[in-house]
Design a binder for this molecule. Structure first.
Ligand code: HXC
Ligand code: NAP
Length: 285
């Protein structure tokens, strides 16, 4: 659970993390600072951002700029990029991490509930990507996008339909621009995390007694949830120059969760050794 890259691996880079005041965004941002990056964090809640910026600067000795911004408002994203440029002299990478989500049977949702999630997840990621892409292309400057999706971006999932639709769109955006903007030396990749405990996700996806009833670790072949540092290591690598030839990829980090739950015979792990012995005998061995 230690940092993986060598010290200074992100030195001289300024990285914008949307939704960087809490949860996984905060953890990844902290590691970028430890590797020498300048960090820009943005989200809607100014007080949360300011507190996180202060804590991260104290913990790492790095530089953090906190700029409130709603990713659904294009002009606000442009202001974040302008602030990054005037404070740090430029922007080199964007981690599209901001998201909204909740669980519900789809027939109980209002049409606005779909809008609220898709506007943050898909439109917010598109707006941020468009603003940063235009900025880099106009300056003939290379750049890197890293988009946080999840494994149900390709499997789909009941009870989180707006999020599944939004994340599927983000994955399509990642792959599309990886090709279209490669000529500008702009790379685009994605990470699909399985369960990593955060207040934001747990309170909305496992509210009340659900957390006791559905222990996420039980669904995972490695029998545990993810550690934030494991995700931070992967994110730092994908934003660094060490991954310079990786473009258009989505990397799953879920302990084998989605494959296990899609595998036809995965449930046979419940068959005890004695029963396998019996089955062997029945085969005449
Ligand atoms: C059904 C709901 C709902 C719920 C809101 N709505 N919560 N419907 N079930 N639990 C509906 C409302 O009824 C309303 O529609 C519309 O959505 C807007 O609701 P608001 O409360 O006004 O929205 P807002 O205050 O803007 O809050 C947005 C939010 C909130 C998305 C609902 O949860 C939020 O701020 N989330 C940000 C952080 C977050 O979600 N983090 C978790 C990411 S975890 P009507 O028609 O009634 O007006 C994640 C993990 C993925 O993505 C994979 C895990 C393995
Ligand atoms: P989180 O702490 O709730 O993070 C979501 C962040 O998005 C918050 O900081 C929130 O801040 C910000 N945000 C929401 N709406 C926004 C808007 N309109 N404009 C700007 N920022 C906005 O939850 P998390 O678990 O760390 O999730 C981070 C990312 O990981 C998300 O993309 C999520 O889908 C993904 N993910 C998480 C898990 C997991 O198990 N935790 C698994 C798979 C994928 P404000 O409220 O201040 O705006």
């Amino acid at each position: 659970m230690e940092g993986m890259l060598k010290p200074g691996a992100l030195q001289g880079k300024t990285i914008l993390v949307t939704g960087g005041g809490t949860g996984l965004g905060r953890s990844m941002g902290k590691y970028f600072l430890e590797l020498g990056a300048n960090l820009v964090i943005s989200s809607r809640k100014k007080e949360v951002l300011d507190r996180t910026a202060e804590e991260l600067m104290k913990e790492t000795g790095g530089k953090v700029l906190a700029v409130p911004c709603d990713v659904r408002k294009y002009e606000e994203i442009e202001q974040v990029i302008a602030a990054a440029e005037s404070t740090f002299g430029g922007l080199h990478a964007v981690l599209n991490n901001a998201a909204g989500n909740f669980i519900s049977p789809t027939e109980r949702l209002s049409h606005r509930a779909f809008d609220i999630v898709v506007d943050i997840v898909l439109k917010g990621t598109y707006y941020t990507t468009l603003a940063a892409g235009k900025h880099w292309i106009a300056r003939k400057q290379p750049g890197v996008f890293l988009n946080i999706v999840t494994t149900y971006a390709w499997t789909g999932s009941g009870y989180v339909v707006p999020s599944a639709c939004g994340k599927a769109g983000v994955l399509a955006l990642t792959r599309s621009l990886a090709v279209e903007w490669a000529k500008y030396k702009i790379r685009s990749n994605a990470i699909a995390p399985g369960p990593f405990p955060t207040e934001g996700a747990w309170s909305r996806l496992l509210p009340g007694d659900l957390v006791k009833k559905f222990d996420p670790a039980q669904r995972i072949p490695l029998q545990r949830v993810g550690e934030h540092q494991e995700l931070a290591n992967l994110a730092a690598f994908l934003l660094s120059d060490y991954s310079g030839y990786i473009n258009g990829e989505v990397i799953t980090i879920d302990g084998g969760e989605w494959l296990r739950n899609g595998g036809e015979f995965s449930h046979l792990e419940m068959v005890p050794d004695q029963m396998w012995d019996m089955l062997e005998k029945m085969r005449g061995k």
